[in-house]
Design a protein around this ligand. Sequence first.
Ligand code: 4NP
Length: 145
Amino acid sequence: MVCLGNICRSPLAEGIMLKLIKENNINMRVDSAGTSDYHVDEAPDKRTITNAAKHQIDLKPLRARQFKASDFEKFDKIYVMDKSNMANVLALASNDTHKGKVDLLLNASHPGMNLEVPDPYFGGEQGFEDVFQMVYKACQHIAFA
Ligand code: 4NP
C-alpha cells in the first residue's frame, strides 16, 4: 500500500488489511510505504489514527517508511492511492514484471475505473472518513478476492 507521506492513506490501508487478515485467517502479508521521505519513522497522522479508531482499527504502532526499488521483489502487488504515487513508483521499476505489479487501490473495488483515493492531509475531518470508506471497500475486495 503506497501513498505520498505514508502517514494518512497507506497506513490506513495497511491497518485495515491487517485486521481483515487476522480476523479471517487469510494467508497474506501487507506493508505500506510512502514515495517521499517527508515523514520517515513518524506515526500516522493524528486525524487518521482518530478516525480509524472509530472503526476499531489501531494505527498507532505503525511507522512511516519510504518505498524502495527492492519492494518490487518482495511484494506480488503494489497498490498506489493516486496517479501521482503511480508515476513515482513506476519511475523506480526496472522491468515490465515490476511495472505489472502496480495498480491503483480503487481498481480493486472499481475495476478499470482508475479512481484515486484523495489526499485528506490538507482537508477537514470528513475527508478522513470518506477516505476510510473507500479504502475499506477496496481492502475487502483484496482480502476476499
Ligand atoms: P498521505 O498524505 O500521502 O496519504 O500520507 C500526505 C501526508 C503528508 C504530506 C502529503 C500527503 N505532506 O506533504 O507532508
